[in-house]
Design a binder for this molecule. Structure first.
Ligand SMILES: [Zn+2]
Length: 408
């Protein structure tokens, strides 16, 4: 015969009528006993076959009270977890244990879910117990994890010995851009002639970009098609010439300066155009400066830049801020002026624009044109880089292709 014991459960007072019971027909209790509800025993044989008879504990209370002694179950679970954690040989095994106990479908999670079967008044106490158990297991896992990490580090320190005598890996540091090389060359030449290098803002007042340079309101250069206006008073400078006006306004004379910098025009990108490129502006203001000084200066500049045999040619031109104005060609440094593909057969290559400063410009910048005169010139930096390094497409300068840039 089976040993039957009647117990009152401290945890559960729910309605267990019929077979709609939340607990399994057979539940483990401490000391290896199992519990079952009376209602299930309408056919005890079926059930009892599954468990040893003497281990069956039967509850007969009318309202069907059955519950596990959660405390014992939790203790048992914690013990098992501890064993598993201690036995884990690797972080992977440890993780398996974590999943088995703390995972979504883990034992502790299942137990937490079965809280709803516990009488409401007992839930806080049992819930707290579950949480404490979880914290205990988590703490054990964390200790074990740290242990693994420590071991791993020790092992790494033992195996990964660095040979400091090995030569280091070379890092690519890059080098100067053709534009920078050309600019430094131009700066070197002019600094050698006693010029200073001046900078000005890239975002400029229309007043400096146009008006003070004698470019009237209706001049086509002011067209919004050509210039990036920010509002009707401010724009991205379309030339480095505004630096002339800014320097003259300071009133410190004489002036010998170059102003290299980025300028902006509303151009489509092609082999010879870009919406953003670089100019180098030059300005000299002093007493008794003439066009002869301008010629001498630029001839010397061309010889320094392209070689001592270089000849220059001044062709009359028009710029609003200089009078007279000229465009300057240099003799082709490839063919020496005989004519080749590089100079398109003419023997000459155009490099810059220049002229003596217009009296209106001097006046507008606060300088007396009766006392002072001067000359100015502007050269495209890209033009020099393209010529000097025989690059046939300006776009190459902006594409940052390391294979291209490496050549200079
Ligand atoms: Zn040529």
């Amino acid at each position: 015969m089976l040993r039957v014991k009647q117990v009152e459960c401290p945890f559960f007072y729910g309605n267990l009528g019929g077979t709609a019971v939340i607990f399994r027909p057979l539940c483990r209790l401490r000391d290896g006993f199992f519990a079952c509800i009376k209602d299930y025993l309408y056919n005890p044989k079926v059930l009892l076959r599954k468990k040893r008879q003497e281990q069956l504990l039967l509850f007969t209370q009318e309202r069907g009270i059955i519950a596990m002694e959660m405390k014992d179950r939790l203790q048992e679970l914690a013990n098992r977890a501890k064993r598993l954690i201690e036995e884990a040989e690797s972080p992977e095994k440890l993780n398996d244990a974590r999943v088995a106990f703390l995972g979504k479908k883990g034992e502790l999670t299942a137990m937490l879910k079965s809280l709803r079967d516990v009488a409401p008044e007992d839930r806080p106490a049992v819930g707290q117990l579950v949480n404490e158990t979880r914290e205990r297991i988590e703490a054990m896992m964390e200790d074990s994890r740290k242990n693994f990490e420590k071991k791993l580090l020790e092992q790494k320190l033992k195996t990964e010995v660095i040979d400091v005598t090995l030569p280091a890996k070379k890092s690519r540091i890059g080098h100067r851009h053709p534009n920078s090389i050309a600019l430094e060359e131009v700066e070197r030449i002019f600094i050698g002639m006693g010029y200073e290098v001046v900078e000005g803002p890239e975002v400029e007042y229309a007043d400096y970009n146009f008006t003070k340079l004698n470019i009237p309101e209706d001049h086509p250069a002011r067209d919004e098609q050509d210039t990036f206006f920010i509002n009707d008073k401010i724009l991205l400078r379309s030339q480095t010439s505004p630096v002339q006006a800014r320097t003259m306004e300071k009133g410190i004379l004489p002036i010998r300066m170059i102003a290299p910098g980025r300028v902006f025009r509303s151009d489509e990108v092609d082999a010879t155009h870009s919406p953003s490129f670089h100019q180098i502006e030059g300005l000299v203001i002093d007493k008794h400066i003439t066009f002869a000084d301008l010629k001498g200066t630029l001839e010397e500049f061309a010889r320094e830049l392209f070689g001592p045999e270089t000849k220059t040619k001044f062709r009359p031109h028009h710029f609003p801020f200089t009078e007279p104005s000229a465009e300057v060609d240099v003799s082709c440094f490839k063919c020496g002026g005989k004519g080749c593909r590089f100079c398109k057969g003419s023997g000459w290559i155009e490099i810059l624009g220049c002229g003596t400063v217009h009296p209106n410009v001097l006046r507008m910048c606060g300088i007396d044109p009766e006392e002072y005169t001067g000359f100015a010139f502007g050269v495209g930096l890209e033009r020099i880089a393209l010529l000097k390094y025989e690059i046939d497409d300006m776009r190459l300068l902006y594409e940052n292709d390391a294979r291209f840039l490496k050549q200079f």
